[in-house]
Design a protein around this ligand. Structure first.
Ligand code: 2HA
Ligand code: ZN
Length: 273
């Protein structure tokens, strides 16, 4: 069975992305976790059924009933997943009623952030099913942004960061969300994240880390790279004592129009009004 599991193609994306997360120093030690939702017909038949006991989920996720999740194991390291994803990533089936999960193969202790992964994956099935991937990691410059009181306002945070480089707002037109501090792994963190992810692809968790979503793990990583780059520019200028207003509104709007992002940019924080 292990040999069959190793052929499941998304595992190579986990390995590739985790190698980068470790290499970048974002997922230190056991920090960070990933998930990818897959359908039954994307799995080898031998891996579609589970004989393991049902484990109750901390929240009900009816939309995920009968779906499968590949998810990081608790206490696993990104740098280990890079070389042996089949050991540290587990495959689970959500029960048909969406109240429990059953382990199938690979790692059998899901990440402590399972509530967030399940709540967000459930929201995806509900409102944007092409989204399947979630990355939570600890990028240092983005975490530093959450220490600045004015950046608790996601609009100020987004307008400041995404105006520092000409492509950032094109890639992340809906802006960056910010959640108040929640205990890592808590149900509260999961529920708030699922609500915020209705409107945005990237959220900062106060003094903890970042969470990005995408149609693939690489799509989620792309967006993390863009916003961490913007925050690197922010802290570089700040350390050098160079004040900046970032791009002018005119330049930003011209770019938004050119790339067809105007409405997404203008409506970015309508949900907060
Ligand atoms: O998986 O990063 O937030 C370890 C964590 C918890
Ligand atoms: Zn974390």
């Amino acid at each position: 069975m292990r040999e069959i599991y190793e052929t499941v193609s998304p595992l190579s994306a986990f390995a590739e992305v985790c190698e980068w997360l470790a290499f970048k120093g974002w997922s230190e030690a056991e920090g960070g976790n990933l998930s990818l939702r897959i359908e039954e017909d994307e799995l080898p038949e031998e891996l579609t059924a589970s004989v393991a006991e049902e484990v109750d989920l901390p929240l009900e996720v009816p939309e995920l009933g009968g779906k499968y999740l590949l998810i990081t194991g608790s206490g696993t390291r990104s740098r280990d997943i890079a070389t042996d994803a089949a050991t540290d990533i587990g495959l689970y089936r959500i029960t048909n009623d969406g109240t429990a999960y059953q382990w199938i193969i690979g790692n059998n202790r899901p990440t402590s952030e399972m509530p967030s992964h399940c709540a967000i994956q459930c929201e995806f099935v509900r409102s944007r099913p092409e989204y399947r991937a979630i990355i939570h990691t600890h990028p240092p410059r983005l975490i530093s942004m959450t220490h600045v009181p004015e950046f608790k306002d996601p609009k100020i945070l987004s307008d400041t960061l995404l105006g520092l480089q000409s492509e950032a707002r094109i890639i992340v037109p809906e802006g960056i969300g910010h959640l108040p501090f929640c205990v890592p792994g808590s149900l509260e963190l999961g529920v708030l994240s699922a609500e915020e992810i209705k409107y945005r692809n990237i959220i900062l968790w106060h003094m903890h880390g970042a969470l990005a979503v995408g149609t693939s793990l690489n799509h989620a990583l792309d967006q993390l790279e863009v916003v961490e780059k913007a925050s690197e520019i922010y802290w570089t200028l700040k350390s050098a004592g160079i004040p900046t207003d970032g791009m002018s509104e005119d330049d930003l709007m011209t770019s938004m129009e050119y790339f067809g992002r105007t409405d997404r940019y203008k409506n970015a924080f309508k949900d907060k009004e």
